[in-house]
Design a protein around this ligand. Structure first.
Ligand code: NAP
Length: 457
């Protein structure tokens, strides 16, 4: 009799999910992996988060396509945990579950006016220009002369850069047509990015910073006075990672450049914290306070407000101050770090003991940090621990088969989008893009996606 395959559910089909699936399917033992995904499309942030003008980063999906050809792989799209299946169902249907659900919400700033019309989490804008079917109905008013982007991370850089793209830069991408028209037709002349700490503490990485200086339609403006380092930051920089040192070199190189006749300006500001978003019916301005930096005893450099304030008139604000994980029903949650509590990917109960057969990888494991490739090492660690536990007989006993999963989903009336159905969506999108020199034209509504998926069943 042949060995019963190890049956693994991977929840979430972003980079961490695909790397986890790949690792599980790369062992000598027979393994079946079902990637369970809420959306009808795979690849998570690679499809719906990475900026469309970064096609090389998006091309990492080729590796995920290869994983999908491995024996034992299945994609179950349009299946939501909590709606179609519960964690309890998964425990009965699989030997192990790996949660790779990312960080699903944005960090709040808790300042007055945060929810005024015109004040947006950057995550919504990113999802919208990338054709996320949950965000297609959104309407961004880009008619004002100035947009403010709060934060100094790579997402803030993406948002600022996307707002500044020219027709030549944006047309060949897979940005949705609605977003292309809105960005090209916008009235925005200046984009201000606001960092609460100094240039040595900026969270963006050098290649992303460099791109801001290479925009065809926008001047990068940095006030040299704002990148002068205080004593603490000088000594922080001496022992800082190479990327921080490179950021500083680039900022010093770019600072002081004058405005030319390019249509837009992208202004980087440091040492300013928004204290309120102001407006009667909608955003009219952001009030900021100038900060000083102080070093805590543990060396952390913190922004402390002075009494100097400033008003920045604007019609739209993008808050790009980080993502947060959200609790999952039936599982413990670390509310301090907003992740699944875990030891190297083994999800742990409140008393620190591992929950048998439950694992995690990616942002829900470590928080929203790192680049796409970081998730490979991260997911490998989790799945290697899962396989070790399987070898040591530490997984709960489970006798179910993939047929039982299908039967349960059919019983509950779930229309599963299989990998073949996703393939139909993918082929259609690529065919639509090809005549226009674009990688794809995305189907961006639930209706269009599910209709195309149904066309093969
Ligand atoms: P991030 O790198 O953590 O940056 C968040 C930024 O928000 C920081 O500048 C932070 O400043 C600031 N911030 C937080 N709270 C604030 C507040 N209350 N007021 C003002 N500013 C505040 O997060 P992210 O940009 O969302 O990126 C998430 C991850 O995805 C990162 O690892 C990033 O590198 C990655 N990513 C990579 C790419 C790429 O490789 N091209 C593109 C997009 C995203 P402090 O430092 O002072 O806290």
């Amino acid at each position: 009799m042949s060995e019963r395959p190890l049956r693994v559910a991977v929840v979430g089909s972003g980079p961490a999910g695909f790397y986890a699936a790949d690792r599980a399917l790369s062992t000598d033992r027979p393994v079946e992996v079902d990637i369970i995904e809420r959306l009808p499309t795979p690849w998570g942030l690679v499809r719906l988060g990475v900026a469309p003008d970064h096609p090389k980063i998006k091309a990492v999906s080729k590796a995920y396509e290869k994983t999908a050809t491995k024996e034992g792989f299945r994609f179950l799209g349009n299946v939501e945990i909590g709606r179609d299946l519960t964690h309890g169902d998964l425990e009965g249907l699989y030997d192990a579950v790996v949660y790779c659900v990312g960080a699903q919400t944005d960090r709040r700033m808790n300042i007055p006016g945060e929810d005024l019309p015109g004040s947006w989490p950057a995550t919504e804008f990113v999802a919208w220009y990338n054709g996320h079917p949950d965000h297609e109905h959104l309407d961004f008013d880009l008619s004002g002369e100035r947009a403010v982007v709060i934060g100094m991370g790579n997402v803030a850089v993406d948002v600022a850069r996307m707002l500044a793209l020219t027709e030549e830069e944006i047309r060949p991408t897979d940005t949705t047509d609605e977003a292309i028209d809105a960005i090209l037709g916008s009235g925005i002349e200046e984009i201000q990015m606001l960092g609460r700490r100094g240039p040595a503490q900026a969270a963006f990485t050098p290649p992303e910073l460099k791109e801001l200086d290479e925009l065809a339609g926008a001047d990068l403006l940095i006030d040299p006075a704002e990148i002068v380092l205080d004593e603490n930051s000088e000594s922080f920089l001496e022992d800082a990672p190479a990327t921080t040192k490179r950021n500083m070199e680039l900022l010093r190189e770019f600072a002081g450049a004058a405005r030319t006749d390019l249509p837009r300006a992208l202004r980087l500001r440091f040492l300013v914290s928004p204290v309120a978003i102001l407006g009667e019916e909608r955003v009219e301005a952001v009030e900021v306070v100038r900060n000083e930096l102080v070093a805590d005893d543990d060396g952390w450099i913190r922004a402390v407000p002075t009494d100097e304030t400033e008003m920045i008139p604007c019609r739209i604000v993008f808050r790009s101050v980080g993502y947060l994980g959200v609790p999952l029903e039936g599982l413990p949650f670390d509310r301090k770090r907003m992740i699944l509590p875990n030891e190297a990917g083994r999800v742990t109960a409140e008393d620190g003991t591992p929950l048998q057969g439950v694992y995690c990888a990616g942002w829900i494991k470590r928080g929203p940090s790192g680049v796409i490739g970081t998730n490979k090492k991260d997911a490998t660690e989790s799945v290697d621990n899962l396989l070790e536990d399987a070898d040591n007989g530490l997984l709960p006993a489970c006798e179910s088969s993939s047929a039982e999963v299908d039967a349960l989903l059919a019983d509950r009336g779930t229309h599963v989008v299989t990998y073949e159905a996703w393939d139909a969506i993918d082929r259609h999108e690529r065919e639509q893009g090809e005549p226009h020199g674009r990688p794809r034209v995305k189907l961006a509504t639930w209706n269009d996606l599910l209709e195309k998926a149904r066309s093969i069943t």
